[in-house]
Design a protein. Structure first.
Ligand code: PDD
Length: 277
Protein backbone atom coordinates (compact mmCIF):
# COMPACT_ATOMS: atom_id res chain seq x y z
CA UNK A 1 0.00 0.00 0.00
CA UNK A 2 1.20 3.48 -0.86
CA UNK A 3 0.74 6.22 1.73
CA UNK A 4 0.86 9.99 1.44
CA UNK A 5 3.06 11.20 4.29
CA UNK A 6 3.53 14.94 4.36
CA UNK A 7 4.35 15.68 0.73
CA UNK A 8 5.67 12.26 -0.22
CA UNK A 9 4.20 9.04 -1.50
CA UNK A 10 5.91 6.23 0.41
CA UNK A 11 5.39 2.55 1.19
CA UNK A 12 3.43 1.82 4.36
CA UNK A 13 6.56 0.48 6.09
CA UNK A 14 8.26 3.84 5.62
CA UNK A 15 5.35 5.87 7.00
CA UNK A 16 6.52 5.77 10.62
CA UNK A 17 4.80 7.88 13.29
CA UNK A 18 7.00 9.38 15.99
CA UNK A 19 6.08 8.46 19.58
CA UNK A 20 5.84 12.18 20.40
CA UNK A 21 3.50 12.98 17.57
CA UNK A 22 0.69 14.91 19.27
CA UNK A 23 -1.92 12.96 17.34
CA UNK A 24 -0.64 9.80 19.00
CA UNK A 25 -0.27 11.26 22.51
CA UNK A 26 -3.13 13.76 22.79
CA UNK A 27 -5.45 12.93 19.89
CA UNK A 28 -4.35 16.41 18.85
CA UNK A 29 -5.35 16.32 15.22
CA UNK A 30 -8.22 16.23 12.76
CA UNK A 31 -9.31 13.92 9.96
CA UNK A 32 -11.60 13.25 7.01
CA UNK A 33 -12.91 10.20 5.18
CA UNK A 34 -13.56 10.85 1.49
CA UNK A 35 -15.44 8.37 -0.67
CA UNK A 36 -14.35 7.26 -4.13
CA UNK A 37 -16.97 5.92 -6.55
CA UNK A 38 -15.86 4.52 -9.91
CA UNK A 39 -12.44 6.06 -9.56
CA UNK A 40 -13.76 9.56 -8.78
CA UNK A 41 -13.68 11.39 -5.47
CA UNK A 42 -17.18 12.23 -4.22
CA UNK A 43 -17.63 15.75 -2.75
CA UNK A 44 -13.85 16.22 -2.35
CA UNK A 45 -14.00 20.04 -2.10
CA UNK A 46 -16.62 19.91 0.64
CA UNK A 47 -14.47 17.48 2.65
CA UNK A 48 -11.34 19.61 2.18
CA UNK A 49 -13.24 22.73 3.26
CA UNK A 50 -14.42 20.98 6.41
CA UNK A 51 -10.87 19.76 7.05
CA UNK A 52 -9.72 23.39 6.86
CA UNK A 53 -12.51 24.35 9.29
CA UNK A 54 -11.34 21.68 11.79
CA UNK A 55 -7.72 22.84 11.41
CA UNK A 56 -8.63 26.48 11.94
CA UNK A 57 -10.84 25.75 14.96
CA UNK A 58 -8.05 23.74 16.62
CA UNK A 59 -5.35 26.27 15.71
CA UNK A 60 -3.34 23.76 13.68
CA UNK A 61 -1.44 25.87 11.20
CA UNK A 62 -1.96 24.13 7.92
CA UNK A 63 -3.31 25.89 4.84
CA UNK A 64 -4.85 23.36 2.49
CA UNK A 65 -5.23 25.86 -0.36
CA UNK A 66 -1.51 26.63 -0.29
CA UNK A 67 -0.55 23.03 -0.96
CA UNK A 68 -1.58 20.62 -3.64
CA UNK A 69 -3.55 18.30 -1.40
CA UNK A 70 -6.39 17.64 -3.85
CA UNK A 71 -3.94 16.59 -6.58
CA UNK A 72 -1.87 14.57 -4.12
CA UNK A 73 -4.98 12.66 -3.02
CA UNK A 74 -5.93 11.99 -6.66
CA UNK A 75 -2.43 10.68 -7.21
CA UNK A 76 -2.63 8.52 -4.08
CA UNK A 77 -5.90 6.93 -5.22
CA UNK A 78 -4.50 6.29 -8.67
CA UNK A 79 -1.24 4.75 -7.41
CA UNK A 80 -3.26 2.41 -5.18
CA UNK A 81 -5.73 1.71 -8.02
CA UNK A 82 -8.77 2.59 -5.95
CA UNK A 83 -11.92 2.33 -8.00
CA UNK A 84 -14.45 1.95 -5.22
CA UNK A 85 -13.31 2.82 -1.71
CA UNK A 86 -12.29 5.74 0.44
CA UNK A 87 -9.29 7.77 1.47
CA UNK A 88 -8.59 8.44 5.15
CA UNK A 89 -6.62 11.60 5.81
CA UNK A 90 -5.41 12.97 9.11
CA UNK A 91 -3.39 15.99 10.09
CA UNK A 92 -1.93 16.27 13.57
CA UNK A 93 -0.28 19.24 15.25
CA UNK A 94 3.09 17.52 14.78
CA UNK A 95 5.97 16.27 16.90
CA UNK A 96 7.09 18.01 20.12
CA UNK A 97 8.25 17.06 23.65
CA UNK A 98 5.16 16.02 25.62
CA UNK A 99 3.53 19.11 27.15
CA UNK A 100 -0.11 20.17 26.91
CA UNK A 101 0.09 23.69 25.42
CA UNK A 102 0.46 24.05 21.66
CA UNK A 103 4.17 23.82 20.77
CA UNK A 104 5.48 26.80 18.82
CA UNK A 105 7.80 24.91 16.52
CA UNK A 106 5.94 21.76 15.55
CA UNK A 107 5.27 21.03 11.90
CA UNK A 108 1.90 19.32 11.27
CA UNK A 109 2.03 15.64 10.26
CA UNK A 110 -0.18 14.67 7.33
CA UNK A 111 -0.98 11.04 6.61
CA UNK A 112 -3.42 9.75 4.00
CA UNK A 113 -4.09 6.25 2.77
CA UNK A 114 -6.85 4.16 1.17
CA UNK A 115 -9.34 2.28 3.35
CA UNK A 116 -11.55 -0.49 1.96
CA UNK A 117 -15.29 0.17 1.95
CA UNK A 118 -18.09 -2.18 1.08
CA UNK A 119 -21.40 -0.59 0.25
CA UNK A 120 -24.06 -1.58 2.80
CA UNK A 121 -26.63 -2.38 0.12
CA UNK A 122 -28.30 -5.34 1.87
CA UNK A 123 -28.85 -3.41 5.06
CA UNK A 124 -30.09 -0.39 3.12
CA UNK A 125 -32.76 -2.66 1.63
CA UNK A 126 -33.85 -4.28 4.88
CA UNK A 127 -33.29 -1.32 7.22
CA UNK A 128 -30.95 -1.27 10.20
CA UNK A 129 -31.39 -1.94 13.89
CA UNK A 130 -29.83 0.69 16.17
CA UNK A 131 -29.64 1.38 19.89
CA UNK A 132 -29.92 4.53 22.02
CA UNK A 133 -26.95 5.68 24.10
CA UNK A 134 -26.24 8.75 26.18
CA UNK A 135 -24.05 11.30 24.41
CA UNK A 136 -21.09 11.71 26.77
CA UNK A 137 -18.75 13.40 24.28
CA UNK A 138 -17.22 16.88 24.53
CA UNK A 139 -19.04 20.01 23.36
CA UNK A 140 -17.11 20.66 20.14
CA UNK A 141 -18.50 17.83 18.06
CA UNK A 142 -18.48 20.22 15.07
CA UNK A 143 -14.72 19.61 14.85
CA UNK A 144 -13.80 16.34 13.14
CA UNK A 145 -11.13 15.60 15.71
CA UNK A 146 -9.14 12.44 16.35
CA UNK A 147 -10.59 12.28 19.88
CA UNK A 148 -13.11 9.56 19.16
CA UNK A 149 -13.22 7.60 22.41
CA UNK A 150 -16.82 8.60 23.18
CA UNK A 151 -17.83 7.57 19.66
CA UNK A 152 -15.81 4.35 19.79
CA UNK A 153 -17.34 3.29 23.13
CA UNK A 154 -20.88 3.97 21.87
CA UNK A 155 -20.22 1.97 18.68
CA UNK A 156 -18.84 -0.93 20.70
CA UNK A 157 -22.03 -1.00 22.80
CA UNK A 158 -24.01 -1.07 19.53
CA UNK A 159 -21.87 -3.91 18.20
CA UNK A 160 -22.39 -5.93 21.36
CA UNK A 161 -26.16 -5.45 20.92
CA UNK A 162 -25.78 -6.62 17.28
CA UNK A 163 -26.91 -3.18 16.18
CA UNK A 164 -25.58 -1.10 13.29
CA UNK A 165 -25.25 2.16 15.18
CA UNK A 166 -25.79 3.96 18.48
CA UNK A 167 -28.00 7.04 18.27
CA UNK A 168 -26.85 9.52 20.92
CA UNK A 169 -28.89 11.82 23.16
CA UNK A 170 -27.74 14.51 25.63
CA UNK A 171 -31.01 14.22 27.57
CA UNK A 172 -34.44 12.79 26.69
CA UNK A 173 -35.35 16.06 24.94
CA UNK A 174 -32.21 16.25 22.84
CA UNK A 175 -31.11 13.63 20.30
CA UNK A 176 -27.84 14.67 18.61
CA UNK A 177 -26.37 12.21 16.07
CA UNK A 178 -25.05 8.69 15.68
CA UNK A 179 -21.58 7.61 16.84
CA UNK A 180 -20.36 8.00 13.24
CA UNK A 181 -23.47 9.17 11.37
CA UNK A 182 -26.03 11.98 11.33
CA UNK A 183 -29.62 11.15 12.28
CA UNK A 184 -32.81 12.18 10.49
CA UNK A 185 -36.48 11.69 11.28
CA UNK A 186 -39.40 12.01 8.90
CA UNK A 187 -42.65 13.38 10.29
CA UNK A 188 -45.69 14.28 8.18
CA UNK A 189 -43.57 14.28 5.04
CA UNK A 190 -40.84 16.54 6.45
CA UNK A 191 -37.20 15.55 6.96
CA UNK A 192 -35.89 16.87 10.29
CA UNK A 193 -32.30 16.76 11.53
CA UNK A 194 -30.27 18.38 14.32
CA UNK A 195 -29.10 21.95 13.57
CA UNK A 196 -25.46 22.28 12.51
CA UNK A 197 -23.91 23.50 15.75
CA UNK A 198 -21.36 22.35 18.35
CA UNK A 199 -23.39 19.25 19.31
CA UNK A 200 -22.93 17.46 15.98
CA UNK A 201 -20.59 17.03 13.07
CA UNK A 202 -22.08 18.85 10.09
CA UNK A 203 -21.88 15.82 7.83
CA UNK A 204 -21.06 16.21 4.17
CA UNK A 205 -23.68 13.54 3.41
CA UNK A 206 -26.13 15.46 5.64
CA UNK A 207 -25.58 18.55 3.50
CA UNK A 208 -25.96 16.47 0.36
CA UNK A 209 -29.28 15.12 1.65
CA UNK A 210 -30.41 18.71 2.15
CA UNK A 211 -29.57 19.35 -1.50
CA UNK A 212 -31.32 16.14 -2.67
CA UNK A 213 -34.41 16.99 -0.57
CA UNK A 214 -34.60 20.40 -2.25
CA UNK A 215 -34.31 18.74 -5.65
CA UNK A 216 -37.09 16.28 -4.80
CA UNK A 217 -39.35 18.95 -3.27
CA UNK A 218 -39.12 17.38 0.20
CA UNK A 219 -39.21 19.85 3.12
CA UNK A 220 -35.92 19.76 5.05
CA UNK A 221 -35.84 21.29 8.53
CA UNK A 222 -33.10 21.71 11.12
CA UNK A 223 -34.57 21.30 14.57
CA UNK A 224 -33.79 19.51 17.83
CA UNK A 225 -36.01 16.48 18.46
CA UNK A 226 -36.55 14.31 21.53
CA UNK A 227 -36.12 10.58 22.08
CA UNK A 228 -39.90 10.33 22.11
CA UNK A 229 -40.19 12.07 18.74
CA UNK A 230 -37.47 9.79 17.39
CA UNK A 231 -39.26 6.63 18.48
CA UNK A 232 -42.60 7.90 17.16
CA UNK A 233 -41.30 9.22 13.85
CA UNK A 234 -42.85 7.96 10.60
CA UNK A 235 -39.34 7.15 9.38
CA UNK A 236 -35.79 7.35 10.70
CA UNK A 237 -32.60 7.21 8.68
CA UNK A 238 -28.86 7.79 9.13
CA UNK A 239 -26.32 9.28 6.77
CA UNK A 240 -22.55 9.29 6.44
CA UNK A 241 -19.81 8.95 3.87
CA UNK A 242 -19.56 5.20 4.44
CA UNK A 243 -23.20 4.29 5.18
CA UNK A 244 -24.63 6.72 2.57
CA UNK A 245 -28.37 6.83 3.38
CA UNK A 246 -29.28 4.07 5.85
CA UNK A 247 -32.94 3.49 6.77
CA UNK A 248 -33.53 2.56 10.42
CA UNK A 249 -36.36 0.16 11.19
CA UNK A 250 -35.69 -0.70 14.82
CA UNK A 251 -34.42 1.33 17.79
CA UNK A 252 -33.82 -0.82 20.88
CA UNK A 253 -37.14 -2.71 21.15
CA UNK A 254 -39.19 -0.16 19.19
CA UNK A 255 -40.22 -0.73 15.60
CA UNK A 256 -40.14 2.38 13.42
CA UNK A 257 -43.14 2.83 11.10
CA UNK A 258 -44.21 -0.56 9.77
CA UNK A 259 -40.75 -2.06 10.28
CA UNK A 260 -39.64 -1.47 6.70
CA UNK A 261 -37.63 1.39 5.16
CA UNK A 262 -40.04 4.30 4.68
CA UNK A 263 -40.93 5.90 1.35
CA UNK A 264 -39.03 9.18 1.85
CA UNK A 265 -35.89 7.36 3.03
CA UNK A 266 -36.15 5.16 -0.08
CA UNK A 267 -36.62 8.16 -2.38
CA UNK A 268 -33.54 9.84 -0.96
CA UNK A 269 -31.58 6.61 -1.18
CA UNK A 270 -32.63 6.08 -4.82
CA UNK A 271 -31.68 9.65 -5.66
CA UNK A 272 -28.34 9.19 -3.88
CA UNK A 273 -27.66 6.02 -5.90
CA UNK A 274 -28.39 7.88 -9.15
CA UNK A 275 -25.62 10.33 -8.34
CA UNK A 276 -22.96 7.81 -7.38
CA UNK A 277 -23.70 4.81 -9.64
N1 PDD B 1 -17.83 9.56 10.20
N2 PDD B 1 -21.23 12.37 12.71
C1 PDD B 1 -20.10 11.77 13.17
C2 PDD B 1 -19.81 11.75 14.62
C3 PDD B 1 -19.23 11.18 12.23
O1 PDD B 1 -18.10 10.59 12.65
C4 PDD B 1 -19.55 11.19 10.85
C5 PDD B 1 -18.65 10.59 9.81
C6 PDD B 1 -20.75 11.82 10.44
C7 PDD B 1 -21.15 11.92 9.01
O2 PDD B 1 -20.31 12.80 8.30
P1 PDD B 1 -20.02 12.63 6.74
O3 PDD B 1 -21.34 12.62 6.07
O4 PDD B 1 -19.24 13.85 6.40
O5 PDD B 1 -19.27 11.36 6.54
C8 PDD B 1 -21.55 12.41 11.42
C9 PDD B 1 -16.78 9.09 9.33
C10 PDD B 1 -17.29 8.48 8.08
C11 PDD B 1 -15.86 8.18 10.11
O6 PDD B 1 -15.48 8.57 11.20
O7 PDD B 1 -15.48 7.12 9.64
Amino acid sequence: MIILKNNQLVQREEAIIDMEDRGFQFGDGVYEVIRIYEGKFFLMNEHLERLQYSLTETGIEFDIKKGKLAEQLEDLAEKNQIDDGAIYIQITRGIAPRSHPYPTEAIPTLMAYPIPISRPIKLQESGAKVILEEDVRWLRCDIKSLNLLGNVMAKQTAKEAEAFEAILYRNPEHVTEGSSTNVFIVKDGKVITHPANNFILNGITRRYIHHLSNQLGITFEEDVFSVDELLNADEVFLASTTSEVMPVTQIDDYTIGNGEPGSISRKLLDEFFKHVD
